[in-house]
Design a protein around this ligand. Structure first.
Ligand code: 8YV
Length: 314
C-alpha cells in the first residue's frame, strides 16, 4: 500500500520526524527551494499537514492542497491554523492539549520567581565579581501574600493558578465569561483586575479575540509595582505599549516567553534590566515535546485508520 503523503510545514523534533517518515511520504516544506513550484508537483497527493503552533496552516496553503484531509498541529495553541478555512473545506484539525499543561505552568511560575527574586541579575552579580567587589546584592521581592490575576482559566491558566496558590499568592482570574465552580474569584473587567493585582499573567489563547487584550490601559492599571507575565501568545499584548510602559516606569517588570514577531524581540525589552526574556520555551523539554509529537503522530494515524481523533479541534 502506498503511504499517504503528509506536508510537514516546519521542523519537528527528530524522533517525531523519524516516526512520521516511517508511516508517510513526507514533503518537508521548509526545505523546498522553490516552494510554489515544488509543492505544485506533489499537491494532489498531500492528504495531511503536520505543523506547529508557530508555523500554523493558512487558508492560502490549504487552497493549494485539493485532497487535504487533516491538519495535525504540534502545540496546544492553534491560532495560526485557519480553522474557519478548515471547517469550510471539511478538513479536520488536531492540537496537543494536556500533555504540555504542567510544563508550561512550571515555566510561568519560573518567570514569576525569576522576576520577583531577580534571578538573572543575581546570577550576573556573581559572575561579574560584583559580589566580591560590592558586597551583598540589594534585596528583592517576595511573592507570598501578593496578588496574581490570570487571564484565561483554561487548563494552563488553572495549572498556573494552583501552583502560585501553593507559593502563597492570592489568585483571581479574567476571561470572557465566568465558569461555574471555578476555584478563584472571577473578574469580568480586566482593567479593574489589573489595577488590583501585583502580577498579571497571560494564559489565554491567542487569535483575533484576544489580540492586544493587554493594552495601554491595562498596563497603566497594573502600575509601577506591577509585573506582566506572558506564556501564551505575543499577540495578546500590545508590545509597543509594553515597551513604552516599561521605559516610562508605568509598569514595573515583565517576564515574557512569547513575543509579537518571534524570533524578533524589541531592543528596549532586551536592554531593560526589568525584563526576563525567554525564547518561547514553555513546552520545550525533551519529555514534553516528545509527548506532543507522539500525539501528532497518533492523531494522523487515527485519522488515516478511520478512527476517532484523540484531540480534535475541528
Ligand atoms: C510550541 C506552543 O512552542 O503549545 C503551544 O501553543 O506555543 C508551544 O508548545 C509551539 O507549538 C511550537 O511551535
Amino acid at each position: 500500500m502506498t503511504k499517504p503523503t503528509v506536508l510537514v510545514v516546519g521542523p519537528l523534533p527528530q524522533n517525531i520526524m523519524d516516526a512520521l517518515s516511517e508511516a508517510y511520504e513526507l514533503v518537508r516544506y521548509w526545505t523546498l527551494q522553490d516552494r510554489e513550484k515544488e509543492l505544485a508537483s506533489v499537491a494532489d497527493r498531500v492528504r495531511g499537514i503536520a505543523t506547529t503552533g508557530h508555523y500554523g496552516a493558512s487558508r492560502a496553503l490549504m487552497d493549494l492542497l485539493p485532497n487535504l484531509e487533516i491538519v495535525a498541529s504540534f502545540g496546544v495553541g492553534y491560532d495560526a491554523v485557519d480553522v474557519v478555512a478548515a471547517r469550510e473545506k471539511g478538513v479536520r484539525v488536531t492540537n496537543t492539549p494536556d500533555v504540555l499543561t504542567d510544563e508550561v505552568g512550571n515555566l510561568a511560575v519560573l518567570l514569576v520567581l525569576a522576576v520577583s527574586r531577580e534571578m538573572l541579575a543575581a546570577d550576573r552579580y556573581v559572575r561579574s565579581g560584583d559580589w566580591k567587589a560590592k558586597g551583598d546584592m540589594a534585596l528583592t521581592r517576595s511573592i507570598r501574600g501578593k496578588k496574581a490575576g490570570v487571564i484565561g482559566l483554561g487548563r494552563i491558566g488553572k495549572d498556573i493558578a494552583d501552583k502560585l496558590a501553593v507559593f502563597g499568592m492570592e489568585l483571581q482570574w479574567h476571561g470572557p465569561r465566568d465558569k461555574p465552580g471555578a476555584d478563584y474569584p472571577y473578574r469580568a473587567d480586566l482593567t479593574a483586575m489589573a489595577a488590583d493585582v501585583d502580577y498579571l499573567i497571560v494564559a489565554c489563547p491567542g487569535g483575533a479575540a484576544t489580540r492586544h487584550i493587554v493594552n495601554d490601559a491595562v498596563l497603566n492599571a497594573l502600575g509601577p509595582d506591577g509585573t506582566l507575565i506572558n506564556i501564551s501568545r505575543g499577540s495578546c499584548v500590545d508590545e509597543a505599549a509594553l515597551v513604552e510602559a516599561l521605559q516610562a516606569g508605568r509598569i514595573g517588570w515583565a517576564g515574557l516567553d512569547v513575543f509579537e514577531d518571534e524570533p524578533a524581540v524589541p531592543q528596549p525589552l532586551i536592554e531593560s534590566s526589568r525584563t526576563v526574556l525567554l525564547p518561547h520555551v514553555g513546552s520545550a523539554t525533551v519529555e514534553t515535546r516528545t509527548a506532543m509529537g507522539n500525539l501528532v503522530v497518533e492523531n494522523l494515524a487515527l485519522h488515516f485508520a478511520g478512527e476517532p481523533l484523540a484531540t480534535p479541534v475541528v
